[in-house]
Design a protein around this ligand. Structure first.
Ligand code: BES
Ligand code: ZN
Length: 458
């Protein structure tokens, strides 16, 4: 294995150069105008996989963005089969003016690469491609059977991948799944994530009068959609952080005493969190610590709000429309479809008279807990702790990866969430970046993971 690691180290510069190419493709999945770039990105990934020796590479069209699938099963039936999952699509870039460099002109500064998708998830996908290429180059073949599933719709809730997994369960059959789309606990502290939250993402549209009105002539006699929307939003969550939607907590799995003490011992610091995000006080559901609130408790947030006059100066107007985007992060055993329906019913129930309210379910993801005691987890722990020369922590993360639950329920395969990002790398926000040390060490950890897994019964 050492020759593979040496080869990775010798190839670091080339790996970064190629990563910059991938990061320059604006594969924003939610933007209809970017569809051809998303497709171009799928083909870039497929061509790279072919160029690095993957024998069977396909770009599979869907009703949305393409799926890249590749496999090399030449290790044979006596060796474990690993399904690698990742995504090549990225989040939108706005607000564009807050980027130091344009988001699709990747730049290296302070040993970090800055670009949309750097840490989420192109950099983390590419480090596995680099690892597999080095193994093939130095060893002549791979010690495990590998299937790669790299999609272009993760950031919009994987609407086409979910049915694809169910319909192609035989093709995707594997002993375990590996995903690098999460964060490390802290710099230098490798971690395996064993729980991800789910998501229900909703849009509320409120319509009042048939046109914008003079607020002097009509204000006081006609309900204002922005005020009505604010009333609705205020009824979603109380001042203690509890969500007020009836039945919202019905299926929430409580933390066990043991889990609470494990999470407490991770060494999370509220002061560090406050300093990181620039707030004087934290806010969250009473009775829970921050680390519990972030990974193991559900929550509700407004993501955006629109309405009325927001330009310079003052304009006395009673607007015709207002809109808000609201998302809820879910935990086992909540289900996104059930929570979305409860949200819709509640918003209609609390909507004031005088306005028309419509609620749309935009997308979602089910939460998941993965087993912590599997051969693949053991291989990952060994690989990560050796690579970082530090013990590997087990954490729960607040983000969502929609298809991970399906790997369990449909493929019956345990997933290893072995991420190399850092929480403060600005995923989904301006100046997203990825630490190049973690990019390179991630490749080394991936080589060790695949190697150790080869000699275990997955
Ligand atoms: N990489 C994230 C998931 C993630 C974020 C895991 C933070 C752990 C911590 C992923 O690409 C993502 O952003 N997912 C979306 C999914 C959603 C659009 C259905 C998310 O969590 O918002
Ligand atoms: Zn993301």
């Amino acid at each position: 294995m050492q020759n593979v690691i040496d080869s990775l180290r010798a190839g670091r510069e080339q790996a970064v150069t190629t990563l910059l190419e991938l990061l320059s493709i604006p594969s924003v999945s939610t933007d209809p105008d970017a569809a051809s770039d998303v497709k171009r990105c799928a083909h870039w990934v497929a061509e790279k996989l072919t160029a690095t020796g993957m024998p069977d590479v396909r770009v599979i069209d869907t009703a949305g963005h393409p799926i890249v699938y590749a496999q090399d099963l030449s290790a044979g039936p006596d060796r474990p089969t690993v399904l690698f999952y990742g995504h090549y699509d990225v989040q939108p870039v706005d607000p564009l003016n807050l980027w130091t460099n344009p988001p699709f002109e990747p730049t290296v500064r302070d040993n970090k690469v800055f670009a949309r998708g750097a840490t989420d998830d192109k950099g983390q996908v590419f480090l596995h491609m680099v690892a597999l290429e080095a193994m093939r180059r130095e060893l002549g073949s791979l010690p495990i059977n590998i299937k790669l599933l790299i999609e272009g719709e993760e950031e919009i809730g994987s609407p086409n991948l979910a049915p694809f997994v169910s319909e192609h369960a035989d093709m995707l059959a594997c002993d375990c799944v590996v995903v690098s789309d999460t964060s490390m606990f802290a710099p230098g502290q490798p971690s395996i994530v064993y729980g991800l939250r789910g998501l229900a993402y909703m849009q509320i549209d409120v319509t009042g009068p048939n046109r914008d009105l003079h607020s002097g002539s009509y204000g006081g006699a006609v309900h204002n959609p922005i005020n009505a929307l604010a009333q609705i939003i205020a009824k979603l969550k109380d001042e203690h952080g509890r969500i007020l939607i009836p039945g919202f907590y019905d299926d929430v799995l409580d933390l066990t005493v043991e889990e609470r003490s494990d999470l407490a011992s991770l060494g999370h610091s509220d002061d560090r969190l406050k300093a990181d995000v620039g707030v004087k006080d934290l806010f969250g559901e009473q009775g829970y610590t921050s680390i519990e609130r972030l990974g193991a408790r559900p929550t509700l947030d407004c993501n955006g709000i629109l309405g009325g006059f927001t330009g310079e100066g003052a304009k006395t107007v009673l607007p015709s429309k207002a809109m808000a985007k609201v998302s809820m992060r879910l935990v086992p055993h909540q289900r996104t479809a059930d929570i979305a329906q409860k949200f819709i019913d509640y918003v209609h129930a609390v909507a004031p008279a005088g306005v028309t309210v419509t609620v749309t379910d935009l997308h979602g993801a089910d939460p998941v807990l993965v087993p912590r005691d599997t051969p693949a987890i053991h291989a990952a722990v060994k690989a990560l702790s050796e690579t970082y020369n530090a013990p590997c922590k087990f954490t729960r993360e607040g983000g969502s990866i929609p298809v991970v639950l399906l790997f369990d329920t449909v493929l019956k395969a345990p997933t290893v969430l072995m991420g190399f990002g850092l929480n403060n790398e600005n995923a989904h926000s301006p100046d997203e970046h990825f630490d190049l040390d973690n990019f390179h060490l991630g490749s080394e950890a991936a080589v060790r993971f695949y190697t150790y897994l080869a000699s275990s019964v997955a």
